[in-house]
Ligand binder design. Structure first.
Ligand code: MOS
Length: 719
């Protein structure tokens, strides 16, 4: 039996809060944690099928053009040139996955061929020494070198921002730059492909198996049913594994051609070349404020870049139309078609850099108007979504701001440059956090066994976020079992297709499908008990209804299996759905060196129901750490001559390390969102990053009076 639900309306009941097992929400440790840290969780590159050969991708050394000839590779089994590899690599894989694309070189470092050998070392040696003749082209690689395109769906305007600016009591008009950024997940991309007749199994590092299966079947020209993808353990994704990448396509093509399993694992530098980057952005913010501290005009003009053949445009200003109220508003998203590596979704695409910059602008405006930054935000929160006048599914920004100010001790903040400790200038800064919320269609299967164990199966992934744990907790709660009696099986396209992990939609989407499957099992148990499902209590393997109580082992013969199927519905359109929060930072800026040390940082978040306090908190810790990176350290630099990324490893591309990140404080506001399915839970994964960097940058200004608008704020820009 499958229980279907389209989320067409609200769900106000509190049944999950009243369930007897009491395990949902608990801060349980991640189930797969011990497996990962002891090496027992096998990542994509760690399987060793018999007779496996090793492939290494050959990369273009020109920024654009065609390959005329590829030389021999002594010591190699094969050099495989296949336009599908080139085409798929060129496209870089945004969420949709390309179905067409050029078979030509579009950027320096793009994969153009695969060398296969008996060992990785032999393949790498051959790949590095292979002679390639190109017909190369001169192409633009700098965002300012071309006239930008304006994708029609990404523009919006109400009224006249110029007029608002002319009539305002206080205005702000400034331009910010953020650099290209990389996902930089710990596990480099890798795939092992193995054919059995016309069936292929590919182990790969992927976030969204059911859509990846479609993309891969399309790439290989085979039927989906002939393709099985496996990704039981994934060492981080951050967007880079949302779509299939060159290594998996190449492994499958090579394995077919050679008639033996082939592994293609990228080096760290190849990941930086071949996985997509976040586009650099140029953001002009215009704000007009009246004498009462109310915004009358908001302008957010964005320039990003991408390859000529790529569809993705980073939605930098997607939260701008609904975060604050103003009668005159304009959002512009322009794209420069240039030949840097493909741009795609990276860690909170849009808000990560858009909210960060906007919240810096709000801080500047507050200062110019002589209004407390918290107060300025509170005064400009809309009641309904501006323009559409849709209600919010829930709205907790004001609470997050007020609670944050109280918890952080915001009232103790001094004016600019007034707090000095020896050679350190100390400052406090804050920012709002906002991220759009969405659900994605998702299915799961749950089996309850007579011995009081349950099994959850779905092709959902756990990319380090805690999916195994939260889905197990949820099934345990619904079925009245201790959490350790539930086994969760993920990362296999033989299981029902799930949302996958991405866009902060994974936990709520896949969680709701597990909820539905469990609800179906509960109603089957209720039938045997002769009661309504609503009157059934399940706890520690015992079913109760009224005065009757019976162990599950008596009620079930063999096993009970049900599927859950969640689809987003009308609430997607009827309500503006978002998650909310606030960020707070205290920094010390060294007066002589310009070094910035983050001393304290706190986030207050509202995301609907929290499914596991520990994994939820960990998501926020990660997001806030990335916020520190956006503010202070992260930049992928491009060679101005050919666009090639020059910071291509974790020594050159600086993600914050332990020494850069103080003990972070995370608070959740209790919330249930009625419009996002029966779980009443929203996405949290990316909220922690959105705006976090602004709190740090605003704190730098409060410490020493410097505004850095060209990120990251490295010491040379502060001194
Ligand atoms: Mo995310 S950047 O949608 O994995």
């Amino acid at each position: 039996m499958t229980r279907h639900l389209r989320v067409d309306g609200p769900n106000h009941d509190d049944r999950l809060d009243l369930m007897a097992q009491g395990v949902l929400g608990q801060p349980l440790n991640r189930l797969e944690g011990p497996l990962k840290v002891t090496g027992r969780a096998t990542y994509a590159a760690e399987a060793r099928p018999r007779n496996m050969a090793y492939g290494v991708l050959v990369q273009a050394t020109v920024p654009a053009g065609k390959v005329l000839e590829i030389g021999d590779a002594p010591g190699a089994l094969a050099v495989i040139q296949d336009k599908r590899m080139v085409r798929y690599a060129a496209q870089g894989m945004d969420e949709k996955g390309p179905t067409s694309g050029p078979d030509r070189i579009e950027y320096m470092g793009q994969s153009i061929a695969l060398v296969v050998a008996e060992s990785f070392e032999a393949a790498r040696h051959a790949a590095q020494n292979i002679a390639v003749r190109y017909k190369s082209e001169d192409v633009p690689v700098l965002p300012d070198a071309v006239a930008p395109e304006l994708p029609p769906k990404k523009q919006s305007a109400v009224g006249d921002v110029d007029k608002a600016m002319r009539d305002a009591a206080v205005t702000l008009d400034q331009v910010w730059h953020t650099p290209s950024q990389m996902s930089a997940a710990m596990e480099p991309h890798a795939a092992i492909a193995e054919w059995d007749g016309d069936q292929v199994t590919i182990r790969a590092a992927l976030q969204m198996l059911s859509s990846n299966r479609k993309q891969m079947a399309d790439a290989l020209g085979i039927k989906e049913k002939n393709l099985r993808l496996l990704a039981p353990y994934v060492g981080g994704g951050f967007g880079s594994k949302l779509g299939i990448n060159a290594e998996a396509v190449a492994a499958a093509i090579a394995a077919k051609q050679l008639g033996r399993p082939v592994m293609v694992a990228m080096t760290r530098q190849q990941v930086f070349d071949l996985a997509h980057r976040r586009s650099e952005t140029r953001q002009r913010i215009r704000l007009a404020l009246d004498g009462d501290g109310r915004l009358t005009g908001i302008g957010h003009d964005v320039l990003v870049s991408n390859l000529p053949s790529s569809e993705f445009t980073e939605p930098v200003a997607q939260a701008t139309p609904f975060t604050y109220q103003a009668a005159q508003r304009q959002v512009v998203h322009a794209v420069a078609r240039i030949h840097r590596g493909c741009a795609g979704s990276v860690r909170a695409p849009g808000e990560a850099v858009g909210v960060t910059v906007f919240e810096c602008a709000m801080d500047e405006l507050a200062e110019a108007a002589g209004i407390d930054p918290v107060e300025l935000r509170l005064r400009n929160i809309p009641d309904v979504e501006p323009t559409t006048e849709r209600p919010f599914s829930s709205h907790m920004l004001a609470e997050a701001l007020q609670e944050g100010a109280r918890l952080f001790g915001w009232s103790g903040r001094k004016s600019v440059g007034q707090r000095v400790e020896g050679e350190w200038m100390i400052g406090m800064g804050m920012a709002a956090a906002v991220r759009v919320n969405m659900l994605i269609e998702s299915r799961a299967r749950v089996t309850l066994l007579q011995d009081g164990h349950a099994i959850v199966e779905t092709d959902m992934t756990d990319i380090g976020t805690g999916t195994y744990t939260i889905l197990g907790q949820l099934a345990a709660e619904m079925l009245g079992l201790p959490a350790e009696r539930v086994e969760v099986r993920l990362g296999d396209t033989d299981f029902p297709p799930a949302s996958g992990s991405g866009g902060s939609f994974g936990a709520a989407s896949s969680g709701n499908s597990v909820y539905l499957a469990c609800e179906e099992i509960r109603s089957q148990i209720a039938t045997v008990m002769g009661c309504n499902e609503a009157d059934l209590t399940l706890q520690d393997g015992v079913a109760r209804a009224g005065n009757v109580s019976r162990p599950l082992s008596e009620l079930i013969t063999g096993q009970v299996t049900a599927d859950g199927h969640l689809q987003p519905g009308k609430t997607e359109k009827s309500h503006r759905q978002a998650t909310w929060g606030s960020h707070w930072a205290e920094v010390a800026v060294n007066r002589w060196t310009g070094e910035v040390r983050v001393r304290r940082m706190m986030g207050v978040f509202a995301c609907g129901r929290v499914l596991n306090e520990k994994t939820a908190r960990s998501q926020c810790l990660g997001g806030m750490s990335f916020g520190i990176g956006i503010a202070l350290t992260e930049a992928m630099e491009h060679d101005p001559r050919d666009g090639h990324a020059v910071s291509r490893d974790l020594a050159e591309y600086h993600v914050p390390t332990h020494a850069d990140v103080p003990a972070l404080e995370v608070h959740f506001l209790p919330e249930r969102d009625a419009y996002v399915g029966p779980l009443q839970a929203k996405g949290l994964g990316e909220l922690g990053i959105c705006g976090a960097g602004a709190a740090v940058l605003n704190a730098i200004h409060n410490a020493c009076g410097v505004r850095v608008r060209d990120l990251p704020a490295t010491p040379d820009k502060i001194i």
